[in-house]
Design a protein around this ligand. Structure first.
Ligand code: AMP
Length: 630
């Protein structure tokens, strides 16, 4: 079938298209209505249908593929590889679900999961899905304050944490971070379940709160816990993401639409089916991890490869040796990871038998042409850029080799994915931008299945953050884009204060709040500055309350504060202490001018600048060099 025909059908006959796609999953009760759209932009896909993600990802494969590998969890940090069949996955997920029940977790209650890429993180997610609890995985690279913010918004009944993570052989104990977050949170969970890998045995337990997974697992034995059938639109999980304010947004996903969209994309985009192997290098704490390390591959009876460790440890051939060993068909990674590998000899790739590997998909940040070219040459396979957001949960722009493979155009993530009505809109007029003209990429509602249903507990924020930008009711991606005559879309960067560091999405406001919490700081501006390896890095410009205070010491302390509160991912690359920050006469920080100066570009329109000296200050600071970082 041609992509054009399938796409047209998905847009012109959405109900027929999605009704057919819905047959890929098991329903306990079939949907009463494929699309209910009485309260735009809120929509209900597969209304009245009842299903369960865990049943679809695990139980229903037992009849045909109980002894096939479901999950391979490889850790080059601990040196442990676990090969888990569907039968074993079923047993472990049931046991985990029994433990959750024992701890009093019920349907609709939230469970925060703070774990690295280890098999138990997958068991925990699926166990929540099984009993209808709503999981919210928090990326292990986030520190205590970030964890506390998410706890207070989700108000979990339970927090599940690993004893520690490990990066490049350095053990990072999680328990002290959990304790700190619980102390900071207004609504801490009543129970904390620790899954220990023996990395950090030294942590004292909080009596009455902390539980040990291994002990409870032994008590529950191999119990089976019945699946809880959920209405298609009940929440399955929350995943927090950064926006323009300091408070992260809880992206809420449904059950049925999520399952149907992922199953469809496994076939049409990633071209992976039952018994085939998919290797996504994402962390389970990100949207890609949810969709293509856990749910997507398991929903279609494939094998998912989960990796904990650096891409260069024990050597830069590790990922390709795993591709060879397990016969990976589709690999999914990020441009930053490829830029890391690009520094090493191409022989690390070429020395492996990659005859089973069909595609490498890359997402999460712009894919620059030299990187795309290098990895395409090295692999001799299609390298497919795909664009999406935590909010959408699956690709918005991509090529669909499972349908028909269109030519790759370097620099573009491709064409609209099935079900997405995409437009590029002129920011000021609200009219459609002409071919080759820059505008904001928007999705015409109703959003297709799989995309977020709302912001957790905050419909008003869902409306104002995403649908309040234009006269018409349109979902704004907040990304600049340009479309060419063939319909390929190019993404030109964010239109808001979100930055992208090594594929990790960070809000500059969150970092500004953290820097400003340092007692010496009067005001701070954080911007994303271009970086060869990571795409962007956070750079801080700050003024101090007392101008005679030591700049270098204060700058170093600001870096430490951010690392302690938000985690190493948000650590500023450089801190500049200045006497004034450039602002408009109405007091708004001119972040874009700051960014332009830091990237040696023209600072743009300065007609609203209040104090020209502030800009000179910044230029001098940039010439002088950073007060901390390099
Ligand atoms: P996240 O929600 O963390 O996945 O971040 C989503 C943002 O990352 C998007 O809004 C884009 O700014 C950026 N992004 C994701 N994928 C791509 C891509 N393939 N090309 C360019 N930017 C991307």
């Amino acid at each position: 079938m041609r992509y054009e025909d399938l796409y047209r059908r998905s847009i012109e006959q959405p109900e027929a298209f999605w009704a057919e796609a819905a047959t890929a999953i098991d329903w306990n009760e079939p949907p009463r209505k494929i699309l209910e759209y009485t309260q735009p932009p809120f929509r209900k896909w597969f209304a009245g249908g009842t299903t369960n993600l865990c049943h679809n990802a695990v139980d229903r494969h037992l009849a045909q593929r109980a002894d096939q590998l479901a999950l391979v969890a490889v850790s080059t940090e601990t040196g442990v590889t676990r090969e888990i069949t569907y039968r074993e996955l079923h047993r472990e997920v049931n046991a985990f679900a029994a433990v959750l029940k024992r701890l009093g977790v019920g349907r609709g209650e939230r469970v925060v999961i703070y774990m690295p890429n280890m098999a138990e993180a997958v068991f925990a997610m699926l166990a929540c899905a099984r009993i209808g609890a709503i999981h919210s995985v928090v990326f292990g690279g986030f520190a205590a304050h970030n964890l506390a913010l998410r706890i207070d918004d989700a108000r979990p009944r339970l927090l599940i944490a690993a004893d520690a993570g490990s990066r490049g052989g350095k053990v990072i104990p999680y328990k002290p971070l959990v304790d700190q977050a619980c102390a900071e949170a207004k609504f801490p969970p009543s129970k904390v379940l620790i899954v220990s890998r023996g990395l950090d045995a030294a942590q004292p337990r909080v009596e009455g709160r902390d539980e040990d997974y291994a002990a409870l697992r032994a008590q529950v034995g191999d119990q089976e816990v019945p699946v809880e059938w959920l209405e298609s639109n009940e929440p399955s999980y929350l995943l927090y993401t950064s926006g323009t304010t300091g408070k992260p947004k809880g992206v809420q996903r449904d059950v049925g639409g999520h399952a149907v969209a992922l199953a469809l994309s496994m076939r049409t985009v990633y071209d992976v089916g039952p018994g085939q192997v998919m290797f996504s290098t994402s962390d389970v704490g990100w949207a890609v991890g949810h969709s293509y390390n856990v749910y997507g591959p398991l929903l279609v009876g494939a094998t998912s490869l989960l990796y904990e460790g650096l891409p260069v440890n024990p050597d830069p051939g590790i990922w390709w040796s795993l591709c060879e060993k397990y016969g990976v068909r589709t690999m999914f990674s990020s441009p930053t990871a490829v830029r890391v590998l690009k520094k090493h000899d191409v022989a690390y790739i070429r020395d492996h038998d990659l005859s089973k590997l069909h595609y490498l998909f890359l997402a999460g940040e712009p894919l620059d042409e030299p990187t795309a070219q290098w990895i395409t040459n090295a692999l001799g396979k299609p390298v497919i850029d795909n664009y999406w957001q935590t909010e959408t949960g699956w690709p918005v722009l991509c090529l669909l080799p499972g349908v028909d493979m269109k030519p790759v155009k370097f620099g573009s993530p491709g064409l609209p994915n099935l079900g997405y009505r995409l437009r590029v809109i002129d920011e000021t007029t609200g009219n459609e931008a002409a071919v080759g003209e820059k505008g904001v990429l928007v999705i015409e509602p109703p959003l297709p299945p799989g995309c977020m249903t709302t912001v957790w507990n905050d419909d008003a924020r869902f409306l104002s953050s995403y649908f309040g930008h234009f006269r018409q009711l349109l979902y704004s991606s907040l990304d600049w884009a340009i479309r060419d005559k063939d319909g390929y879309t190019f993404i030109l960067g964010r239109a808001d204060d979100v930055i992208n560091v090594a594929g990790h999405r960070l809000g500059t406001r969150e970092i500004e709040e953290s820097v400003s919490s340092h007692p010496a700081v009067a005001e701070a501006a954080v911007i994303g500055v271009h970086d060869e390896l990571k795409g962007q890095v956070p750079v801080v410009f700050a003024t101090l309350k007392r101008s005679d205070a030591g700049s270098a010491e204060a700058a170093a302390q600001m870096m430490r504060t951010v690392t302690e509160q938000l985690g190493a991912v948000a650590r500023p690359s450089r801190v500049y202490v200045v006497n004034a920050l450039p602002k408009t006469r109405s007091g708004k920080l001119l972040r874009r001018s700051l960014q332009a100066l830091a990237e040696h570009r023209d600072p743009g329109d300065l007609s609203t600048l209040d104090d020209p000296n502030a800009l000179e200050e910044v230029k001098r600071a940039l010439e002088r060099g950073a007060d901390a970082g390099s």
